[in-house]
Design a binder for this molecule. Structure first.
Ligand code: KG4
Ligand code: ZN
Length: 350
């Protein structure tokens, strides 16, 4: 579906695409050749700055992107040993995300594309996350089921052909990453909470507390994590009221198990119902080791193959944007000069 065959010979040397990503709190730029070869992948994280506030402060994110965007692009070009004139296209995230943050990347991409007389290609951030898999695994073929789990999204998708997404289910309240982050905050852990909880969970007992698995038994591919959040808050409150010490590792392991169980069971059920042999995992939460392992194990029992990107390509980066941009470029797609940032852009929407 992704026209992976014969990429090297295509478009001469393999088109060079600059990807730019500023949808949240990472300023990122990357040069990818032929949709596959990552020539550079620069990520300037603002996480230390936002950690002081326990979450992303949009105004600070925009201002930081303004400072970092040119140096980050410069470095991406330098590391790739590419001069701007050698670029074939500029791909940039235009949504979903924080509007002020998106506008920094989008304006910079427009300025570069205009100055260099190269096509501008707007990319949906969530589609970018999915393409992180295609960067690494040329053998992946549709039809397939994809679970996209990030700080802002939890979508279960059926993909039957390139660029066509059927949404089977999505979260009705918090995204999986958001659940990790909010619960971590209650536990007094640093932002972002996902990796902190994962670290603690590695030394905790996942069966210590049987936290609710939202909508697990329901006849739907939708997810719900707000009940889990409430249950963990109540659990912590009760322990504190008794004056006992918080068993943080056990709580982390138990709540992680609750999130992972639901994600895995619905994803495998969808793959079975749609009769696909391939499942993709994408988005920041796809970096979670327990999710990766359990999904592979359970899917494997049904002969379903699971792909996920290396950890650095799971969380926000611009290589995934350049990769998604490459395929759109090859199909002759171009974005108009009046392309705007779309904070709540959905998959499949233009
Ligand atoms: O894709 P991403 O970098 O940004 C968004 O598009 O939202 O995802 C960030 C989310 C955060 O909620 C973070 O806590 C979560 O991914 N995350 C993890 C792990 N690494 C990042 N959650 C669980 N386990 C991890 N190892
Ligand atoms: Zn993301």
């Amino acid at each position: 579906m992704l026209e992976n065959q014969g990429l090297q010979g295509d478009l001469g040397r393999g088109a060079l695409v600059l990807g730019i990503e500023t949808s949240c709190d990472e300023t990122a730029a990357s040069v990818v050749q032929g949709g596959r070869e990552i020539r550079s992948n620069i990520i300037a994280s603002q996480v230390d700055l936002h950690r002081l506030y326990g979450g992303v402060v949009p105004e600070i994110a925009s201002r930081k992107h303004i400072e970092l965007i040119i140096p980050v692009i410069d470095l991406a070009l330098k590391e790739a040993r590419v001069i701007p004139e050698e670029l074939d296209a500029i791909a940039v995230t235009y949504g979903p995300g924080l509007v002020g943050a998106l506008l920094v990347g989008l304006s910079t991409a427009k300025a570069m594309a205009l100055a260099l007389d190269r096509p501008l290609i707007g990319i949906n951030h969530i589609e970018g996350h999915i393409y992180a898999n295609f960067l690494q695994y040329p053998e992946v073929e549709a039809p397939l089921v994809c679970l996209t789990v990030s700080g802002g999204h939890t979508d279960l998708l059926y993909i039957d052909e390139y660029g066509h997404y059927d949404i089977l289910g999505r979260t009705r309240d918090d995204a999986a990453g958001e659940a990790f982050d909010k619960i971590a905050r209650v536990m007094g852990l640093d932002y972002p909470g996902g990796p902190e909880i994962a670290k603690l969970a590695a030394v905790g007992n996942p069966e210590a507390t049987d936290f609710p698995r939202g909508l697990m038994q329901a006849d739907t591919y939708d997810f719900s994590f707000s009940g889990l959040k409430t249950a963990v808050i109540n659990h912590i409150h009760n322990i504190k009221q008794r004056g006992d010490k918080l068993p943080v590792a056990d709580i982390a392991a138990s709540l992680q198990a609750a999130i992972v169980d639901v994600l895995v069971s619905k994803t495998v059920a969808a793959a079975q119902e749609y009769g696909v042999g391939t499942v993709l995992l994408s988005g920041g939460v796809a970096a979670n080791r327990s999710l990766r392992t359990e999904l592979r194990q359970v899917a494997g029992l049904h002969g379903i193959k699971v792909y996920y990107p290396t950890e650095v390509l799971c969380t926000d980066n611009a290589a995934m944007i350049a990769c998604a941009g490459y395929y759109r470029y090859r199909r002759g797609e171009r974005s108009p000069w009046d392309l705007n940032a779309v904070p709540s852009l959905r998959l499949g929407e233009v």
